[in-house]
Design a protein around this ligand. Structure first.
Ligand code: F0G
Length: 461
């Protein structure tokens, strides 16, 4: 009997401070979502009950991080917290040089400005919205070289973040290595559903890039989550620590852009880290134009201290196991209710397959966007569209890109919500699933020029 009894695990922390949240009425939510133009980015957070819009900047900091905040050295130049952060980046990631920025897109901007010229191409394992925009603003074009399985919601491939080496080889052959400022490799690929890349694949990418003298820049935003999946799934890594795996990933790349608002467990911050001296010199010179002096780059000293501590916490096994475990818990519940989700369940959220959820809707009436509005109406749960709206228009044709993956991201902030919140979320989505046949699409009535998903407005059809 005792052999078969379930042994639960629990979060490796207890709660020291709470922030009240409030459930709204259906009538209040109807008004709020209409005023927000059916865009969850335009809702006021006080009108949201459980906020699963993003895992970005929404983490609960630890008591150690809050203690670190009190040790901020707010000097304009040479703050002690910068040196702490530099030491943490060197120790955990192994990159030589640090250029702090206010958040991830600040690092992407600097990197694109110093590496990319008109006519260049940047291959990568699936686009990310801000990353691709900065590549395009610098005159480059993003080329997707992720494996085909990543675009298939039902493929159970354990490493859907892998690069298709033939696709990468073709981009290099067709354009020449001199047109490729770098290959952009994301870990725990966000737009694929938080899917990992394997170390075996990354080693092969490294060998191919070395053969052509091409750099690899790592989007390290969720590298610890990727490392956890490698430990769980990749032969030979079961006994390695998360820190060792993170280091091995970083050692195969030439630098990184980082949104510290995710893995590093802070509410604001980011950086660019580089091994190459010349590139570092250019980055250090450019950061002063757009972000701030090279020893703070848009962050307060106290924020740099919190990032430094958060980086250490991000690679603690008990932390990352509970973090990814909570996502798995929610995803498994949704599967039990029959809700179609992207598999395998990813690292930072559960991604609903909106095409399978709402097969009656064409992609140009924005099924994922409509679904985010319905989930909010049902139970005050805020999620995010990751489909045709996020993907935007092709700059050449002006048409909607109509990506293969039409998804709603149910994103889990780190250390913020309990298992009960996950239960309520799953039940809310299951209710919407039960009445899916009656759900209609949306028409876009206001469309911003860039990154339209943040501010676009819609009307029900
Ligand atoms: N790279 C990845 C993989 C990201 O997920 C993000 C942000 C960025 C770069 C940009 O970083 O926001 O600090 O400027 N992702 C957030 C999200 C916005 O909700 O997924 P940032």
């Amino acid at each position: 009997m005792t052999e078969t009894r379930r042994r639960s695990w629990a979060e490796p922390y207890k709660i020291k401070m709470v922030e009240p949240i409030r459930m709204t009425t259906r009538a209040e939510r109807e008004q709020a979502i209409a005023e927000a133009g059916y865009n969850t980015f335009l809702l006021k957070s006080e009108d949201v009950y459980i906020d699963l819009l993003t895992d970005s900047g929404t983490s609960a900091m630890s008591d150690r991080q809050w203690a670190g905040m009190m040790l901020g050295d707010e000097s304009y130049a040479g703050s002690r917290n910068f040196y702490h952060l530099e030491a943490a980046v060197r120790e955990i990631y192994g990159y030589k040089h640090l250029v702090p920025t206010h958040q991830g897109r600040g690092a992407e901007h600097i990197l694109s400005q110093i590496t990319t010229k008109p006519g260049d191409v940047v291959p990568g394992n699936m686009y990310f919205t801000t990353t691709r925009l900065h590549q395009e603003l610098a005159g480059g074009a993003f080329v997707d070289v992720i494996i085909d399985e990543a675009h298939d919601p039902a493929s159970e491939h354990p490493f859907k973040g892998n690069v298709d080496l033939d696709k990468l080889q073709r981009v290099i052959d067709e354009n020449g290595p001199e047109k490729i400022p770098y290959v952009c490799i994301a870990t725990a690929v966000n737009m694929a559903g938080g899917q990992p890349i394997s170390l075996a694949n990354l080693k092969a990418v490294r060998a191919l890039c070395d053969a052509h003298g091409v750099r690899i820049i790592h989007d390290a935003t969720r590298v610890a989550e990727n490392a956890y999946f490698i430990k769980e799934r990749e032969p030979g890594y079961g006994d390695k620590s998360i820190a060792e795996i993170v280091r091995e990933i970083c050692d195969l790349t030439d630098g990184c852009t980082m949104s510290a608002k995710k893995d590093a467990l802070v509410n604001i911050g980011g950086f660019l880290a580089l091994n190459d001296e010349e590139l570092f010199d250019a980055a250090r010179n450019t950061v002063v134009v757009y972000e701030g002096l090279h020893t703070y780059g848009g962050m307060a000293g106290r924020d740099m201290e919190a990032v430094a501590i958060g980086l250490h916490e991000s690679v603690e096994y008990e932390h990352i196991k509970a973090r990814v475990g909570q996502v798995l818990y929610l995803g498994t519940k949704l599967q039990e209710f029959g809700v179609p989700i992207i598999v395998p369940i990813g690292g930072h959220g559960v991604f609903l397959d909106a095409k399978a959820f709402l097969p009656q809707l064409d992609q140009d009436v924005y099924p994922a966007q409509a679904l985010t509005a319905e989930i909010y109406l049902e139970g005050g749960v805020r999620t995010m569209e990751r489909g045709n709206v996020s993907s935007g228009r092709d700059p050449k044709t002006g048409e909607n890109r109509r990506p293969k993956l039409e998804m709603v991201r149910v994103t889990i902030p780190r250390r913020v919500y309990t298992q009960a919140h996950m239960d309520v979320t799953a039940e809310t989505i299951a209710e919407v699933y039960d009445r899916r046949a009656s759900i209609k699409g949306l028409r876009m009535v206001y469309e911003p020029k860039v990154l339209r998903f943040f501010q676009a407005m819609f009307e029900p059809l």
